[in-house]
Design a protein around this ligand. Structure first.
Ligand SMILES: [Zn+2]
Length: 421
């Protein structure tokens, strides 16, 4: 982000602990004298610039702090670093907090202890008290159709990240020992990346997690199959990281759950199942859909990544074999979804979805139904429909293993009652 490059030097003076402590001390004093940040909100300040949100998104490896504004602002902060605390200043005189925005957040997780907002005549300052030994990164996200301008602080805890890696390695080791088939269920979107929106509003990221959890629970009751989730909470994961999680646990199958939207696709309804295309999409509207889904990284603040440029013959053979199996998986899943007449089966399609690009296992992406279709959004919100969709997908996954000649290993039953993680 160019503005950060421009402002970083302003902060260099603040990097010493003494300077930071001074800044924090100066911040802390008026806070006690002031009402909560939200109290002086109504109408905004003289400039009309408002802090409209302050919240955190915890994930296994850290926490994302998001400060939302009604217009673009220029934060002054180090772009990255380590240390016990961090001050993000927004030196806009007259800035005010909107009603309901908290003056402080008590977080207390592995990455962030608390966040304090302080607004005075000179602007806003955010004091972010960090857990020991964490790293932080500060950047901004521009306003989008559905999201305001945001200042984002990603705080990662290397110890928590290492623990997560150990957890994934443990799943892979247990799988090898018990010879169960491991299915990774990926709930699309999450955190800052809300996905498509339906009336209400209903956000895709919540529906996908609800269906993914039910699918994992259903599969965990099938002897010989274990399911895990790429995310079991409301946080952002880059697309590539989603299949990397599946690679780390040595998954046998990867299914990504999404909701369709007719924003760019006319008046849509029904279910589609996709597998990866290497050479363009089934048609232009499928390409548009893949572009929308691939924009998830941008929504969450990850710059687009270069395509892998692997050309070995072994790789190509493996990739083609995975594509064939992915097609079989997609067809089998759709066959079983089609049994529910409430949602029309629109068919099997191909497009260049970034999340489907692993060559380690077959993968498919299910666009369960249209979230902006008034009839289908009611279904998507309905726990009974979510459960039915999950059961159909689970049946489809079992049928895929049968069709593909994959035997389900003997399960000692230990993993069955342990839920999805
Ligand atoms: Zn999606």
């Amino acid at each position: 982000m160019s503005f950060l490059r421009g402002t970083t030097h302003l902060l260099r003076g603040m990097r010493s602990a003494a300077a930071l402590a001074l800044a924090v001390g100066a911040l802390a004093a008026p806070l006690r004298a002031q009402a909560p940040a939200g109290a002086d909100a109504a109408g905004g300040g003289a400039t009309g610039v408002q802090l409209i949100g302050m919240r955190t998104w915890p994930s296994p490896g850290g926490t994302r702090v998001v400060l939302s504004f009604n217009t673009a602002v220029t934060p002054v902060a180090p772009d990255s670093g380590v240390g016990p605390q961090l001050v993000v200043a927004v030196p806009t005189p007259g800035i005010a907090a909107a009603a309901g925005v908290p003056a402080s957040l008590v977080v207390g997780d592995s990455a962030v202890t608390r966040v304090e907002a302080l607004i005075d005549a000179n602007g806003a300052r955010f004091w972010i008290k960090l857990a020991p030994l964490v790293h932080f990164k500060v950047f901004t996200l521009p306003a989008e159709e559905d999201a305001p301008f945001r200042v984002v602080v990603d705080v990662t805890n290397p110890g928590a990240q290492a623990a997560e890696e150990r957890r994934l390695a443990g799943i892979a080791a247990a799988k090898k020992k018990s010879r169960t088939r491991l299915v990774v269920i990926d709930a699309g979107h999450g955190g800052e990346d809300r996905g498509a929106r339906g009336p209400g509003p209903v956000y895709e990221k919540h529906v996908t997690l609800a269906i993914a959890r039910r699918l994992a629970d259903t599969l965990n009751n099938v002897p010989g199959i274990k399911a895990i989730l790429t995310r079991d909470g409301d946080f952002f994961i880059p697309l590539r990281e989603r299949y990397h999680i599946a690679e780390k646990v040595k998954a046998d199958l990867f299914v990504s759950i999404h909701c369709n939207s007719s924003r760019r696709r006319g008046r849509g309804s029904g279910t589609e199942v996709y597998f990866l295309s290497l050479k363009g999409a089934t048609d232009q509207s499928d390409q548009d859909l893949a572009d929308d889904e691939n924009a998830a990284d941008k929504a969450g603040g990850v710059s687009p990544q270069a395509e892998d440029d692997v050309v070995s013959v072994v790789y190509e053979v493996r990739r083609n074999s995975m594509l064939e199996r992915s097609q079989l998986l997609a067809e089998t899943l759709l066959d079983h979804i089609a049994a529910d007449r409430r949602v029309e089966a629109r068919g099997i399609k191909q497009a260049g979805f970034a999340v489907l690009k692993s060559v380690e296992f077959p993968s498919a992406l299910v666009e369960t139904a249209f979230i902006n279709n008034p009839r289908e959004v009611k279904l998507l919100k309905d726990p009974l429909f979510q459960l039915k969709m999950a059961r159909q997908l689970a049946t489809g996954i079992r049928a895929y293993f049968t069709r593909a000649g994959v035997t389900l290993g003997a399960d000692d039953g230990a993993g069955r009652s342990s839920g999805s993680r």
